[in-house]
Write a protein that binds this ligand. Structure first.
Ligand code: UDP
Length: 328
């Protein structure tokens, strides 16, 4: 019998890649997804249960049916701009729904819990390499909602023996190099897919959000990590729990920062096409620079990112983009 993992958000970008990696590693990934932002045709690697995380009765039925050995909790709203405009939506969809899921998992005795958190929990700490010891001071409602869930997991670990492994992602990019799944958000808001849309004329131009930041070229700096490397870390996290190791938090990035302009230049080089660009105002809630210290994931999990060069991330995203399969 394969071990079963309940994957919330398994129909989304990172969740669908995680399901592929779980299946390849011999697990049964059961996707739980509302399809509000996910895609049913991205559920290719195991059973699908449609449901809302706020629906406790539905969750209880799914836990009873599949008796998962672990949960991987990807489902969330994750757009900084939306979170600034409508914080209530983020507190409800992220925090309240996660509370419902965590309580359902504890009630079902499913205590191994891998959680997707974010570098947005750090806020704007310019000049600092952000790692697990950095103070978390989120500046937007998205980061605050994820920090609240991290704190909640700690309380449930102390009171109920929940065993969370928390991953704080930096900027996730790229796509499955085999082209089975890829990135498709509606609406798309992320830098690399938007650049690729501008490259092939699906959008008139990429708007750079702010060119007066205190960085060498005036644009924001982010640390990009390939989605395949990211999901590899999740398998290592699962393995960590299976070995009976304690709850732990890991940052996932490469330690290398790229400015928006640098990502644009590399995209032009890799696609061999011009990217039409306009310059706009700063986006509310954006930190100047987010760069990750991932020494702990490397040392303790044995994480070895292999595809997280900017070249591979853009090339894999471009291949997926050109396949046309993301245009559902
Ligand atoms: N960005 C931009 N134009 C866009 C989308 C994003 O200049 O149309 C910038 C954004 O301000 C940030 C970086 O690209 O500095 C990465 O943004 P993204 O939305 O991809 O990820 P986030 O950092 O918000 O998680």
């Amino acid at each position: 019998m394969p071990k079963t993992v309940l994957v919330t958000g398994g129909a989304g970008y990172i969740g669908s890649h995680a399901c592929k990696a779980l299946k390849a590693a011999g697990y049964l990934p059961v996707t739980y997804d509302s399809l509000v932002t996910g895609w049913q045709d991205a559920v290719k690697f195991g059973p699908f249960e449609q449901g809302d995380l706020a629906d406790r009765a539905r969750l209880d039925a799914v836990f009873a049916r599949w008796k998962p050995d672990a949960v991987m909790h990807f489902a969330a709203l994750s757009l900084v701009g939306d979170a600034m405009r409508d914080p209530g939506l983020y507190w409800r969809a992220n925090v309240l729904s996660s509370l419902t899921l965590i309580e359902a998992a504890v009630a079902a005795g499913c205590l191994d819990f891998v959680f997707s958190s974010t570098c947005a929990t750090y806020g704007d700490q310019d000049g600092v390499v952000l790692d697990e010891n950095t103070k978390q001071e989120p500046i937007n409602a998205y980061g605050k909602s994820k920090l609240a869930i991290e704190l909640m997991l700690g309380d449930f670990a102390a009171a109920h023996g929940l065993r969370p492994v928390i991953f704080r992602y930096f900027n996730v990019a790229g796509a499955d190099p085999e082209g089975e799944v890829g990135e498709h958000h509606r609406p798309e808001t992320h830098l690399i897919p938007l650049i690729l849309d501008a490259v092939d004329g699906k959008r008139p131009a990429l708007t750079v959000f702010g060119s007066d930041y205190p960085t060498p070229d005036g644009t924001c700096i982010r640390d990009y990590v390939h989605v395949m490397d990211l999901v590899d870390a999740h398998l290592l996290g699962l393995n960590w729990l299976e070995q009976g190791k304690p709850p732990r938090t890991f940052c996932l990035g490469t330690g290398q920062g790229f400015s928006v302009r640098q990502v644009l230049e590399q995209s032009q080089r890799i696609t061999n096409r011009d990217v039409p660009v306009t310059y706009g105002a700063r986006r509310a809630g954006d930190a100047v620079k987010l760069v990750c210290g991932s020494d702990r994931a490397v040392a303790e999990l044995g994480w070895r990112p292999t595809r997280s060069s900017m070249r591979d991330m853009i090339a894999d995203a471009w291949r997926w983009h050109q396949s046309g399969r993301y245009e559902r």
